[in-house]
Design a binder for this molecule. Structure first.
Ligand code: ZN
Length: 86
């Protein structure tokens, strides 16, 4: 099951173009990717809105279901410069 893998629209903080990347919304809430247009490093932080978290159960046939957190992302996720201090 790969239901947490999502093709997410992302806006580059540098060139402002919008593109889509396949990201794992059940993984780390902070990801570092690169813009396919200008190659700028992108910091994606989708953990900042806890009200948008849902929990789903998933597991293989003979294993216990596992609770994971899947982040519900906006239509277009803004990125930021990873070299900037938080
Ligand atoms: Zn860019």
């Amino acid at each position: 099951m790969q239901e947490s893998m999502k093709r997410q629209k992302i806006e580059c903080w540098q060139c402002k173009r919008i593109f889509s990347l396949l990201i794992d919304t059940a993984g780390e809430p902070t990801l570092t990717k690169a813009c396919p247009y200008c190659n700028a490093p992108l910091k994606l932080d989708f953990g900042g809105q806890p009200q948008n978290i849902v929990t789903v159960m998933r597991g293989a046939a003979r294993s216990q279901p596992q609770e994971i957190t899947v982040y519900q992302l906006p239509e277009i996720l803004e990125s930021s410069d990873p070299s900037l201090p938080q």
